[in-house]
Design a protein around this ligand. Structure first.
Ligand code: FDP
Length: 341
């Protein structure tokens, strides 16, 4: 079995400029091991510290601790110019001359902390573009040099890409080292499983309503087969499942106030997940456009996010395209209402 640093060094053996990436991941891996141990230790980690983060979410004690730990790891690595975190209003400038920018959601799925459900860390690594470092993370996702997410679940796992496929590692509990357990992961092109928070159904825009209602019609509907639904409510856990057995994940925009562009953040959630997904043969869009090509305009901006098995992402895209052309018939919500027959 191969350890994370050995694998990354081997992948980038003939490219000395990538050494910074290996250094960064060595420090991030240690930080995530520390966070994983904190979570496993339990205690009052899910309690609120009574403050809101840059996005208006209540900050939990563990959110803040995880942010401190990853910020310190970035500082220690000496290769990070700016640290842009969900938990910080502005970028933290570390070293203007360093080659990398780190965008991070230190603890994703934190509303699941109290109930012992998988949570994680999401990471996007960009080149230092020079100039105003406050704006340095506002690069399209195609610029990413690496992306990763850790899942703190029954096992602590790590999905990583540096642009040569997506690999999966597991934290070995005895040695504290991330060991490679699956390389060049391939997300199946077809799937019969989808993930969406259905409690928002009445707020969805017509394309999402029509798409999901056709899935619900199963063998009797236009898709002519039954679909299964799974929703953990932690992006990392839902994504991990999709890397393992396929599926499609949707967090669309909807009619709720402040949710017109969905809930998830472009720079440190959608972009890294999209990079990992594409490297595993899947797709990621905002319903119509490739996530990785969106030019960010704000560090904490949100985006609708659809990712996973290619065929299903394409299906959703065709519903979106039809909706833009004015097609609004919905079997679930329109005159052919499923529940009224
Ligand atoms: P959380 O707020 O608990 O951190 O990143 C936001 C996120 O979790 C995702 O992990 C998850 O997919 C989503 O929010 C869940 O949102 P809903 O509660 O609106 O379903």
């Amino acid at each position: 079995m191969t350890a994370l640093d050995a694998r990354l060094s081997a992948l980038h053996a003939d490219d000395s400029s990538q050494k910074a990436l290996v250094d960064l991941f060595t420090h991030l891996a240690q930080a995530s091991k520390d966070v994983s141990e904190l979570i496993a230790a339990g205690g009052a980690l899910g309690s609120s510290v009574g403050e809101e983060n840059a996005d208006g979410d209540q900050q939990k004690a563990l959110d803040v601790l995880a942010d401190d730990i990853f910020l310190e790891a970035a500082r220690q690595s000496k290769v990070v110019a700016a640290y842009c975190s969900e938990e910080q209003e502005d970028a933290v400038i570390l070293d203007e001359s360093a080659p990398l920018v780190l965008a991070i959601d230190p603890l994703d799925g934190s509303s699941n902390i109290d109930v012992n459900v998988s949570i994680g860390t999401i990471i996007s690594v960009l080149p230092n573009p020079g100039g105003d470092l406050q704006a340095s993370a506002m690069q399209p996702g195609t610029h990413q040099l690496a992306a990763a997410f850790m899942v703190y679940g029954p096992q602590t796992t790590l999905f990583v890409t540096t642009g040569s496929g997506t690999d999966l590692y597991r934290l070995h509990p005895a040695t504290g080292v991330f060991m490679l357990i699956d390389e060049a992961i391939e997300i199946p092109e077809e799937t019969s499983e989808y993930a969406i928070n259905a409690s928002n159904a009445r707020q969805w825009f017509p394309a999402t309503q029509r798409y999901v209602s056709d899935l619900l019609l199963g063998v009797d509907g236009p898709r002519e087969r039954n679909f299964n639904m799974r929703w953990v409510g932690s992006l990392v856990a839902d994504a991990g499942r999709i890397f393992n057995r396929g599926g499609v994940f949707l967090y669309p925009g909807d009619q709720r106030k402040k949710y017109e562009s969905g809930r998830l953040r472009l720079i440190y959630e959608a972009n890294p997940v999209a990079f990992l997904v594409e490297q595993a043969g899947g797709s990621a869009t905002n319903g119509s456009d490739r996530i990785l090509e969106i030019q960010p305009s704000e560090i904490h901006q949100r985006t609708p996010l659809v990712f996973g098995s290619k065929t299903e992402v394409r299906w959703l895209g065709s519903y979106e395209a039809e909706a833009r052309q004015g097609h609004s018939d919905s079997p679930l919500f329109g005159h052919r209402n499923l529940f009224r027959s």
